[in-house]
Design a binder for this molecule. Structure first.
Ligand code: NZQ
Ligand code: ZN
Length: 385
């Protein structure tokens, strides 16, 4: 096992009817800015419940954070935070709202010149504090509710930032708040969580048995409950399992002490930035092809995955790997998520534009080995057509 630090201060408040506990979670004299997306929280009554939970506190609202949140939109919220001297941010939504809120929390306190520097790890000495954040999760997928990262769209690219200051103080995970999700977003959440686990698992073995077994537990749970929770949105237990898997899949636990990859995400971000394909769908496109192309470097873990996740016990190693990749693709497709670029109208000649974007964004030596060069990325994208 590799050396590691593990730190996660976020309090999780899980279960039905927990929104009324907001009153105990935020200090009484806080000036709260509630942040949300395009309106689902209004339509399905979540915002009203949040307001009730906040009692008589001074409340401000900022709606309209779009999927794959844009820097320009978030900077408008930063103005409100500064002008109104907001001292608590409450994100109510999915990954885009949660990530956007984390960025706002840092940008509002940023002491450098351009807040966009936060996205590029520049001028880190100008990041000294952040407005405290709470979260009410309406879409189980990203794990943003219990981690220190966010992803923001800036200048036609998607950029990640990480900072301990943006760990939420608390996150309310009430699975019933996710019942209103359209099937395609539930499927997105399953695939995103699945791939988060894979990015921290499908590398090379370092005898991290706890990490491997925990990752495998999450993957198996997702396979067990995936279809059920897409087809039966109000099946509480199936949805509760998805919600918890999504949080545990990316809160630092399973990636501590093991090598991690993240190249499926890096390549996927270019597809979202260029063609506005949902985040999870880009992962379903890239992952099967990436495993096929990197099968030598990932050999041992791919075989372990085939045997332990899909119970494939016969055949050569290569046959096991082929079948495991096929089963993974079938799992995604069975949830209604297409796995080829062409399914989204992206043609072969557009691959070169994606490779150029990877180059422009410095994504030229990806993966746990750094061996995914631009040529390898091109091969992966060609295999995903
Ligand atoms: O905007 P509204 O009207 O709220 O509608 C949203 C949005 O259109 C809708 N929705 C959310 N909750 C709902 C609901 N509709 C009905 N009922 C509900 N309960 O769902 C749509 C998608 O929302 P979004 O927040 O964009 O989805 P998701 O949670 O998948 O987040 C994706 C973003 O997270 C980033 C992605 O890159 C992308 O920008 N990620 C963040 C990570 C992190 N912070 O650690 C890691 C991930 O890998 C990922 O990159
Ligand atoms: Zn993801």
């Amino acid at each position: 096992m590799l050396n590691f630090d593990f730190y996660n201060p976020t309090k999780i408040v899980f279960g039905k009817d927990r929104l009324n506990e907001l009153d105990n979670l935020i200090k009484k004299d806080a000036k709260v800015l509630i942040l949300y997306g395009g309106g689902s929280v209004k339509k399905f009554g979540t915002l009203e419940k949040v307001m009730n939970g906040l009692g008589n506190r001074k409340i401000f609202e900022f709606g309209g954070i779009e999927p794959n949140p844009k820097y320009e939109t978030l900077m408008k919220a930063v103005e409100i935070v500064k002008r109104e001297k907001i001292d608590f941010l409450l994100a109510v939504g999915g990954g885009s709202v949660m990530d956007g809120t984390k960025f706002i929390a840092l940008a509002a306190c940023y002491e450098g010149i351009e807040a966009s520097d936060i996205l590029f790890g520049k001028e880190t000495s100008a990041i000294k504090k952040a407005i405290p954040i709470g979260m009410v999760v309406t879409l189980p997928a990203t794990g943003s509710e219990m981690n220190r990262g966010g992803v923001i769209t800036f200048n036609y690219g998607k950029w990640s930032f990480y900072n301990d200051l943006v760990f939420p103080k608390f996150s309310i995970l009430d699975p019933t708040l996710t019942f209103s999700l359209p099937k395609s977003q539930v499927a997105n959440g399953i695939v995103d969580t699945f791939v988060h686990v894979c990015e921290q698992y499908m590398t090379y073995p370092v005898d991290g048995r706890f990490q491997d077994r925990t990752s495998e537990g999450i993957l198996k749970t997702l396979i067990e409950i995936g279809k059920i929770t897409v087809e039966n949105p109000t099946d509480y237990n199936a949805r509760a399992n998805l919600v918890w898997c999504a949080t545990m899949g990316l809160n630092g636990l399973i990636g501590a002490g093991v090598p991690v990859d993240w190249s499926t995400h890096r390549i996927g971000h270019e597809i979202t930035a260029m063609f506005e394909v949902d985040h999870a769908k880009t992962l379903a496109i890239v992952l099967p092809s990436l495993w096929n192309v990197t099968r030598k470097d990932k050999h041992d873990k791919l075989v372990q995955y085939a045997e332990r996740i899909w119970n494939i016990s016969s055949g050569s190693d290569d046959e096991k790997i082929d079948l495991a990749i096929e089963k993974t693709r079938e799992f995604f497709e069975g949830l209604g998520i297409k796995t080829h670029l062409s399914d989204y109208g992206i043609q072969f000649d557009e691959i070169e534009h994606l490779v150029k974007a990877l180059k422009d964004h410095g994504r030229v030596a990806l993966s746990e080995t750094g061996k995914i060069t631009l040529d390898v990325s091109r091969k992966i994208l060609e295999g995903a057509i």
